[in-house]
Design a protein around this ligand. Structure first.
Ligand code: SF4
Length: 319
C-alpha cells in the first residue's frame, strides 16, 4: 500500500480586521491509498478549511502538500486542472451545492463537459453508469434537485464528484444534513464505492459516531491544531487527549448497561485570532496547570502510531 497524500506543517491564516485568524495551524498527516482519514472537531476548528486547502480551493499560508510523492503545494493552472480530475469534493448540503436550474443529467455531466475531450455518447454512457453506481433510478435523469429528497440529492453530489473517476475525495460533512435514517444508507454507499473504485477519503465531520464507522485513522482538531491522531479503533479504546475524552464521552452508547459519563466542557473557547502562547484547550481543560497557559505543547508520538498534543498526557493517563 502506498502513500497517496502527505501534508506537512500545513497552515492557513486569514486576515480578520487587525488580527490574523489561525484557521489551520501546523497540521501533519499521511494517508495510504484506499484508506479513510476521519477529521473531527467542533465547528470552527478548521477542519473544512483544511479540506479546501488540500484541494486548492483555498491557498495555503505555509507548509507542503504532496500527492503521490509530488509536491503540489504551488501548481500552475494546467497542473491544477489535471489534479481536479483526481481530487474531488463531496459537500455537506446537497441542496445548496447543486444548481437548482440543472437537471440530474446536466449536474452529473457538467464536470466532463468542463474537463473537455469527451463525446456526447461517452458523457451519456458515463452519466448512466454513475447514476447506477450511486443507486439513482434512470427515471430521475431529467429531475431537478427540488423534486428529490435529501438522500437522492446527496447521491447526485456523490455521482458528480466521482464522474471523472478521481482517486482522492474530500467528504465535508456529507451526511450531516440528512435524516438519520438516510445517513446509514449514504455512508454504506460511500463505503461500497470506495471499495469498487479504490478511492481514498478524507472524511470531515463533527460526528464521532459517523467517523468511527468509516475511518481507518482519526485526526482530532481543536482551534486549528491537530491535538490527537491514531488508528480509529485505538482512539476509541484509548483516547489520551482531554479534548478527545470529552468528545467521545458525548457519543451516545446503545448499550444501557455501559453508560459513559459525559464530560461537559466548561470555560470559554480561546480565540483563534492571534492566539496567545500556551495550550489552546487550557481554558476548558480540567487538567490544566499554570504551565499549560505559558507554553505551547508539541504534538508527539506517545504510543506507536498514536500522537497527542498535551504537556501532561503521561500523567493524566498513567502512562
Ligand atoms: Fe490540558 Fe494542559 Fe494538556 Fe492542554 S497541555 S490539554 S491544558 S493538560
Amino acid at each position: 500500500m502506498s502513500t497517496i497524500l502527505e501534508v506537512k506543517d500545513l497552515k492557513k491564516y486569514f486576515k480578520v480586521g487587525a488580527g490574523t485568524l489561525h484557521a489551520v495551524d501546523g497540521v501533519d498527516f499521511a494517508i495510504e491509498e484506499g484508506k479513510t482519514l476521519g477529521v473531527v472537531g467542533e465547528s470552527g476548528c478548521g477542519k473544512s478549511t483544511l479540506g479546501r486547502v488540500i484541494l486548492h480551493l483555498l491557498d495555503n499560508t505555509g507548509g507542503r502538500i504532496l500527492y503521490k510523492g509530488e509536491d503540489i503545494t504551488n501548481v500552475d493552472r494546467k497542473k491544477l486542472s489535471a489534479l481536479r480530475k483526481e481530487m474531488q469534493m463531496v459537500f455537506q448540503d446537497p441542496f445548496s451545492s447543486l444548481n437548482p436550474r440543472m437537471t440530474v443529467y446536466q449536474t452529473i455531466a457538467e464536470p466532463m463537459q468542463i474537463a473537455g475531450g469527451y463525446s456526447k455518447a461517452e458523457i451519456e454512457k458515463r452519466v448512466g453508469e454513475m447514476m447506477d453506481t450511486v443507486g439513482l433510478a434512470e427515471r430521475f435523469v431529467n429531475s431537478y434537485p427540488h423534486e428529490l429528497d435529501g438522500g437522492r440529492r446527496q447521491r447526485i453530489g456523490i455521482a458528480r464528484a466521482l464522474v471523472l473517476n478521481p482517486k482522492f475525495v474530500v467528504c465535508d460533512e456529507p451526511v450531516s444534513a440528512l435524516d438519520v435514517s438516510i445517513q446509514a444508507q449514504v455512508l454504506n454507499l460511500m463505503l461500497d464505492i470506495q471499495e469498487q473504485m479504490g478511492l481514498t477519503y478524507i472524511f470531515i465531520t463533527h460526528d464521532l459516531s459517523v467517523v468511527k464507522y468509516i475511518s481507518n485513522d482519526i485526526l482530532v482538531m481543536y482551534l486549528g491544531q491537530m491535538v490527537e491522531k491514531a488508528p480509529s479503533e485505538e482512539l476509541f479504546k484509548n483516547r489520551l487527549h482531554p479534548y478527545t475524552k470529552a468528545l467521545i464521552s458525548a457519543v451516545p452508547v446503545p448499550d444501557i448497561d455501559h453508560k459513559r459519563d459525559r464530560i461537559r466542557l466548561k470555560g470559554e473557547l480561546t480565540s483563534p485570532i492571534d492566539p496567545k502562547p500556551g495550550c489552546r484547550f487550557a481554558a476548558r481543560c480540567m487538567y490544566a496547570k499554570p504551565e499549560c497557559f505559558a507554553r505551547d505543547p508539541e504534538i508527539r508520538e506517545v504510543l506507536p502510531g498514536h500522537f497527542v498534543r498535551c504537556h501532561f498526557v503521561d500523567e493524566i493517563n498513567g502512562l
